[in-house]
Ligand binder design. Structure first.
Ligand code: PLP
Length: 388
């Protein structure tokens, strides 16, 4: 059966060039980078080359990059590490209501430890207002963490402006850039960020590797204690093939970014327009153009998102939903609810995320299949009051 993948925000396949670069680091160049002999030095060279590529991609210094096991670890490290190392400065953290679970859950954990957390509201497009950030800052605020681009609705936040406010007030600023990394320009000095998280498997690199950018001079507590890897900031033997693959993936993303963005934006808009113009009772979630080039999120009235996903999967199309009727949590997506969507519309949401291997004809095919499935489900639904 023909299979079409529209879930690039969940993960991406590894680019074959990345695999090629990684493979020798499993068998030939397998040394421990902390060893001083030939095998160790060769592996260390691979790590440092990756560090070079990634630090120059974000305009940072080499020793401002710490390799981690992924976006989740980077986010946990940033939040807990900064809060614990700066308890004498205050006990307040500001974030948004639409962050990824790897920010929301560490925040809830910190609240249980006595830290005060402000979850800023967003507007109907999902945007954080920088003035709201300014108003929320108190003399106890230590850290602001606002994501660069959202994983569900693709909305891109005004990071520069928020960063400028944070700097003026002397508050540290972290951004979860996992979804934007490789799609959007990410020079840390232009974004005014002090900490930035990225993950390799969201940009055609291997799973289980990521990085945290930490601006020089920051006070941050490590929570992996052991060997002195990464200058003692993150103990454990380096994931050499993973880090090398991450570097190669960033190099490819850097070289392809402009072309890829143009291609994806046009496919994205074709899919959005096709859905909104040809299927009744549909609406776009997120901002019409301040959004990631590969993100489509729509709500389809009078149908269940999970029914749509399962029916699309039977026709070979893989996408996702913010609905959660059959999974462990019954609540629809916190992101969609924060936009002010009714629970019914949140349950009828569908997310298509496009990527490097998406083809134009796959969009045409998907539009045909989706229309047919929506009609079928609505014809069986007592909720549907349209012309159907
Ligand atoms: C995927 C994702 C993460 C988590 O990254 P992992 O490497 O899978 O741990 C964090 N934040 C956002 C916005 C993501 O999309």
């Amino acid at each position: 059966m023909r299979r079409i993948y529209f879930d690039y925000a969940a993960t991406t396949p590894i680019d074959l060039e990345v695999i090629k670069t990684m493979s020798q680091y499993y068998t030939k160049t397998f040394g421990n980078p902390s060893s001083i002999h030939y095998f160790g030095r060769k592996a260390l060279y691979g790590i440092e080359k990756s560090r070079q590529i990634i630090s120059s991609f974000i305009n940072a210094e080499l020793d401002e990059i710490v390799f981690t096991s992924g976006g989740t670890e980077s986010n946990n490290y940033a939040l807990k590490g900064i809060i614990y190392a700066n308890r004498n400065r205050g006990n307040h953290l500001i974030t948004s209501a639409i962050e990824h679970h790897s920010i929301i859950e560490p925040c809830k954990y910190l609240q249980r430890q006595g830290i005060k957390v402000t979850y800023l509201k967003v507007d109907k497009y999902g945007l954080v207002d920088p003035q709201d950030v300014k108003k929320a800052i108190t003399n106890k605020t230590v850290l602001i963490s606002i994501m660069y681009a959202n994983n569900e609705i693709g909305v891109i936040q005004p990071i520069k402006e928020i960063g400028r406010i944070a700097r003026d007030k002397g508050v540290y600023f972290h951004t979860d850039a996992v979804q934007s990394f490789g799609h959007l320009p990410t020079a840390v000095d232009e974004l005014n960020v002090d900490l930035l998280s990225a993950s390799s498997h969201k940009l055609y690199g291997p799973k289980g590797v990521g990085m945290l950018y930490i601006r020089k001079g920051m006070r941050i507590m490590s929570f992996m204690h052991g060997g002195d890897q990464e200058n003692g900031r993150r103990a454990s033997t380096y994931n050499v093939p993973g880090i090398v693959g991450f570097g190669k993936a960033v190099e490819l993303a850097r070289d392809k970014m402009g072309d890829e963005r143009r291609k994806l934006t046009s496919l994205r808009d074709k899919l959005i327009d096709g859905i909104l113009n040809n299927i009744e009772q549909t609406r776009l979630n997120g901002h019409p153009f301040t959004r990631l080039p590969n993100n489509v999120n729509v709500s389809v009235g009078s149908v269940e998102g999970e029914a749509l996903v399962l029916n699309l999967d039977m026709e070979g199309i893989a996408c996702s939903t913010g609905s959660a009727c059959t999974s462990s949590s019954l609540e629809p997506s916190h992101v969609l609810l924060a936009l002010g969507l009714s629970p019914e519309l949140a349950h009828g949401s569908l997310r298509f995320t496009l990527g490097r291997y998406t083809k134009d004809e796959e969009i045409d095919y998907t539009l045909d299949v989706l229309r047919r499935i929506v009609n079928k489900l609505r014809s069986m639904s007592p909720l549907y009051k349209g012309r159907g």
